[in-house]
Design a protein around this ligand. Structure first.
Ligand code: NAD
Length: 320
């Protein structure tokens, strides 16, 4: 097989499997300097020499974002609380999860640094930026992803419960963006991909404060796109629907979705299938990671201030 034919085949396979970013990455494929064969298929390495900071990276969507970036060659700072926050009523990631995440990222022949910290702690967030700069010399991709969920009608929630979700889901994202902004401005480059939610696009009475934080994350993302656009930094928000992660697959959520009953996962799965237009219930976090990687790629250079639904067609019901 000629070198040229081999490269064309590698690019076609990457496109068809969506590994290059949900099928959007034609421009990125064309501009890629090389494709590298890896176990299980072929993979672009267009992020080599780049550095990502991902919060909430020990598992779930954050880990999938880190993995999708690392698969394309980015070094990653994995930031996670990696321990229980007492007030959160379901298990968060553990130190073991964070260690396993590091090993998973390093399997892509890139470097990973772990920072055990809480996004509510500005000093910890700055530590992640300092680690990225000292070790890798740049911060190219920022994924403020860490978040928790909470169910319950608004009038049932205590002030402490409200504050917890605001402090993590909104102020945590604010702090991540504050921590990276001086570097991105100085570099005159960078990509920020925030993790909102479909509940940030519509009302959600069972998740009222969570929903409010996700609307706010979208507003914050658009403001960031406006503020940092002149510095060649893009900022976009992702809105997944129902992703199979520890945030939803836990006793707390299953027992509060329908008051007075505890759902089996299969019943919850049926709900997800009814919601989506595509024949799909809960989907895997890799579907979000791939889109985040696309938004960090050359192919997405002119996309900023945008809100992208990853909704298996549910958003077909939204007004344009
Ligand atoms: N799962 C879904 O269906 C879904 C849908 C839409 C949006 N989201 C959003 O995606 C993001 C990731 O969710 P996920 O589904 O992967 O959940 P998850 O619970 O599996 O992962 C969240 C990660 O964040 C970490 N974390 C939580 N609080 C933290 C804090 N204060 N500081 C640092 N780390 C913290 C946890 O330890 C965990 O590793 C969240 O912002 C969530 O709101 C999830």
């Amino acid at each position: 097989m000629s070198h040229e034919t081999e490269n064309t085949n590698l690019q076609r396979r990457a496109f068809m499997t969506g590994a290059a970013g949900a099928g959007f990455a034609v421009a990125s494929l064309a501009g890629a300097t090389r494709a590298q064969a890896q176990e299980g298929g072929s993979q672009l390495r267009d992020f080599e020499g780049k550095t990502a900071i991902v919060t909430g990276a020990a598992r779930g969507i954050g880990l999938s974002c880190a993995d999708a970036l690392a698969a394309r060659g980015a070094n990653v700072v994995l930031f996670d609380v990696a321990g229980q926050i007492a007030e959160v009523p379901y298990p968060l990631a553990t130190q073991g999860d964070l260690n396993a995440a590091k090993a998973q990222i390093e399997a892509h022949n890139v470097q990973a640094i772990t920072i055990k910290g809480d996004v509510r702690d500005m000093a910890a967030q700055q530590q992640a930026v300092t680690a990225a700069m000292d070790t890798f010399g740049s911060v190219d991709f920022v994924i403020p992803n860490a978040g928790i969920t909470q169910t319950g009608f608004l009038e049932e929630l205590s002030e402490e419960e409200v504050d917890l979700v605001l402090d993590i889901n909104l102020k945590g994202v604010i702090k991540t963006i504050q921590a990276v902004t001086p570097i991105l401005r100085q570099q005159n480059s960078g990509r920020i991909v925030t993790m909102a939610s479909v509940t940030g696009r519509m009302g959600s009475q069972r998740f009222p404060v969570y929903s409010a934080t996700k609307w706010a994350v979208i507003g914050l993302t658009k403001t960031t796109a406006e503020a940092l656009g002149p510095h060649n930094v893009t900022a976009n928000a992702l809105c997944p629907t129902l992703v199979r992660t520890g945030l939803l697959e836990n006793d707390y959520v299953l027992s509060t979705m329908v008051p007075g009953t505890t759902l089996e996962w299969e019943q919850f799965e049926g709900f997800a299938q009814q919601m989506h237009m595509l024949p799909q219930g809960f989907y895997g976090p890799e579907h979000v990671g791939n889109v985040a990687a696309f938004l960090c790629s050359d192919g997405a250079a002119m996309i900023s201030g945008d809100v992208l639904d990853i909704a298996a067609g549910f958003n077909a019901r939204f007004p344009a």
